[in-house]
Design a protein around this ligand. Structure first.
Ligand SMILES: Cc1cc2nc3c(=O)[nH]c(=O)nc-3n(C[C@H](O)[C@H](O)[C@H](O)COP(=O)(O)O)c2cc1C
Length: 397
């Protein structure tokens, strides 16, 4: 449920800190990447080592690590998809209410751009105290999510409200909130990427220079926004993030089979793979021997995946890619019509830094009406974001 989500857990010096070991385990089990920061006082209640082993990451407490390098709180704050402070002491709560910044956890809290979830834990009278109640109200008004305390037996021996919510409850809240946070939650998206290899004999094939980077970046971006993404990936050395269902294929035929069956159940399909246009008409089961004569290999066309999906199309949004060396816009416009696309992402082999195996791309998006949207040269991750935003505004129309 939390596959690929980045969760930052802040642990403060309350007796309930022992419960955060279970919380880390649950989060990791659900596929989240977890980093933990602790206040110096938290170290009296739970060890850094235990949380480091469970989270599979270093646990930080101080502004500076032992080797004097800076534990960058700004990076930590920007890294997280969600920041959970559990348990949150009355002391840390008060600091959050007034913006104090005297430890790594507080500096990270003030720098975080993601949603902050606060699970207070303290004795019944500390919780009841007017100042604690006022602080809780104050931090809720700063758009933090307060995870309510629970009633029961407290560490002091008293009975009442103040127990930290159980780790399972915190997990359920996070799953619900992070799932509904995505702009594409509930959408099924089919994406293709990479080259295809068309076998000639057991050792030779027809391929191309596509790395799969662009399609993988798109798959990661759509999955990040809550979409259920299936990536049909040709032979590529790269892999998508864990929250993308990845089907690895080799040939255009295999890609065709998967795409035609997945498309029926998809809301959006983005075909970014560089599919071979031709394959050997006659596969040689034995290695073709070298002779002094010229060798002729008869080629036949591979199935046209984009055109087939265009014909199958009902309510789906179908997006194609066009990589051309000349007349890019003209060819792209023709492709939209011929293949019944909603829009096309075109790039030119003549643009430096665009196309295959680079980390950057320069694209032009052309819609059904022939309207042209030019984008500057960007990282493939940034281009993936542009394509996602274009898709979102297209779907809204
Ligand atoms: C044994 C013990 C248990 C404590 N449990 C809590 C607690 O559950 N909740 C709380 O708000 N403070 C508790 N405190 C007080 C905090 O540890 C103290 O306020 C500390 O300064 C909190 O620092 P921090 O918020 O930076 O982690 C406890 C203190 C001790 C000695």
């Amino acid at each position: 449920m939390l596959q690929g989500k980045k969760i930052l857990l802040g642990v403060t010096g309350g007796i309930a800190a022992y419960k955060c070991a279970t919380l880390v385990r649950l989060l990791v089990k659900q596929g989240a990447e977890v980093k933990v920061i602790m206040t110096p006082d938290a170290a009296a209640f739970v060890t850094q080592q235990a949380l480091s082993v469970l989270s599979k990451n270093k646990v930080e407490t101080e502004f500076f690590a032992e080797d004097k390098t800076w534990n960058n709180h700004v990076h930590l704050g920007l890294w997280a998809d969600a920041f959970v402070i559990a348990p949150c002491t009355a002391n840390t709560l008060a600091k959050m209410a007034y913006g104090l910044c005297d430890n790594l956890l507080m500096a990270t809290y003030l720098s975080a751009r993601c949603k902050v979830y606060v699970a207070p834990a303290m004795d019944v009278d500390m919780l009841k105290h007017a100042s604690t109640q006022a602080n809780l109200k104050k931090i809720a008004s700063y758009k933090n999510v307060i995870i309510p305390t629970e009633k029961g037996e407290l560490a002091s021996g008293l009975e009442g409200d103040g127990r930290m919510a159980e780790p399972e409850t915190i997990l359920a809240i996070l799953e619900k909130q992070l799932k509904s946070a995505g702009k594409l939650t509930g959408k099924k998206v089919l994406i293709t990427a990479g080259p295809t290899y068309e076998e000639i004999d057991p050792v030779r094939f027809i391929g191309n220079r596509s790395s799969g980077k662009m399609g993988i970046a798109i798959a990661n971006e759509f999955a990040k926004q809550g979409a259920e993404v299936t990536l049909v990936l040709g032979p590529s050395k790269l892999s998508p993030e864990k929250n993308v269902n990845c089907v690895r294929v080799e040939s255009a035929n295999e890609m065709f089979e998967h795409c035609t069956s997945l498309f029926k159940h998809s809301d959006i399909a983005i075909l970014a793979a560089a599919v071979a246009d031709y394959k050997a008409a006659d596969y040689s089961p034995k290695k073709i021997k070298k002779t002094k004569d010229n060798l002729k290999i008869k080629l036949e066309p591979t199935p046209d995946i984009l055109a087939t999906l265009g014909k199958q199309k009902k309510k789906q949004c179908l997006i194609g890619f066009a990589l051309e060396s000349e007349n890019v816009i003209e060819y792209a416009k023709q492709k939209i019509k011929n293949k019944n696309l909603d829009f096309i992402v075109a790039n030119s082999l003549q643009d430096e830094g665009a196309g295959f195996a680079t980390d950057t791309n320069k694209v032009t998006i052309i819609d059904k009406k022939g309207k042209v949207f030019n984008y500057p040269l960007k990282s493939k991750e940034a281009v993936a974001k542009d394509i996602l935003n274009f898709t979102l505004s297209y779907l809204k129309k």
